[in-house]
Design a protein around this ligand. Structure first.
Ligand code: URA
Length: 262
């Protein structure tokens, strides 16, 4: 496989890449973590050429721009295009796809997860990996099917590399998009999947263990939409004991769906 200089020969690269993928390697990242926001806020080096002056933009300014862009969208397809062409979030640079939504856009129930994983990034569709399959089984158990009864999106449209959690800066920048997504979809019931989604959309400092198990409200224009927060399906795949609590939440959701005739 290696030639005399110790380099891999071109003809062997496809099988090497296949081997990496089969082993679960899904991206190449450096050993050192780089905080690009910190770097971009460092003073620009002194230069004698005015043409080389670098403009620095704060996270708040980028989020404000995202909010203006989101507000200018009048439909879900408009919003999807706007997010696709937005370059203010660094996650877009390492992602393969912008992951917008799936499910029935004419339904009344909106599920909101955290961020795409490797399978979602490859396919451009939310919740298609192992946790998505569990999610579909959970909702099937209360007679709700993704194709017919609900719509699903994430607070982050791009996959954070290595499946790390999105940083607070990345969330601040992308939050205006999911908020507009909610406004345009106009749900009658919102289900938040996992702590990141629940904390940020309910504007709470509490963790998912405290936010689940009860009803909350999301203010949408002049109305208050009922919200239920659930443990994230990826967490349930690891913590089987949490499935009992989640079953209780699902039964409450089923009762609410019947009460509201959704
Ligand atoms: N986890 C999420 O929160 N969203 C996805 O789309 C996939 C996994």
């Amino acid at each position: 496989m290696e030639n005399d200089t110790g380099n891999i020969e071109n003809k062997d690269l496809p099988s090497l890449l296949r081997w990496y993928m089969d082993s679960g390697v899904d991206e190449s990242i450096g050993d050192e973590t780089l905080d690009w926001f910190a770097i971009s806020t460092q003073p620009a080096p002194k230069t004698t050429s005015p043409a080389k002056v670098t403009a620095t933009v704060s996270v708040e300014q980028i989020a404000e721009k995202a909010e203006q862009l989101a507000a200018s969208c009048d439909s879900l397809s408009d919003l999807k295009q706007t997010i696709k062409s937005f370059d203010g979030c660094r996650l877009k640079k390492t992602a393969t796809h912008t992951v917008f939504s799936d499910g029935n856009p004419d339904s009344n129930i909106m599920l909101i997860g955290e961020a795409p994983g490797v399978d979602e990034d490859r396919q451009g569709i939310p919740f298609v990996g192992e946790s998505g399959q569990l999610l579909d089984r959970m909702f099937k158990a209360i007679d709700l099917a993704r194709e017919k009864d609900f719509y699903i999106a994430n607070i982050m449209p791009w996959r954070p590399p290595g499946n790390r959690n999105p940083t607070s800066e990345e969330i601040t920048i992308c939050l205006p998009f999911i908020k507009r997504h909610i406004e345009l979809f106009k749900p009658e019931l919102i289900i938040l999947l996992g702590g990141i989604s629940a904390k940020n959309l309910l504007n709470s400092s509490l963790g998912i263990t405290r936010l689940r198990g009860k009803w909350a409200e999301y203010e949408l224009k002049s109305s208050k939409i009922p919200v239920r927060s659930l443990f994230h399906p990826a967490y349930l795949l690891r913590q089987h004991k949490a499935k009992g609590d989640t079953w209780h939440d699902l039964l409450e959701i089923k009762a609410k769906v019947e009460e509201l005739s959704l």
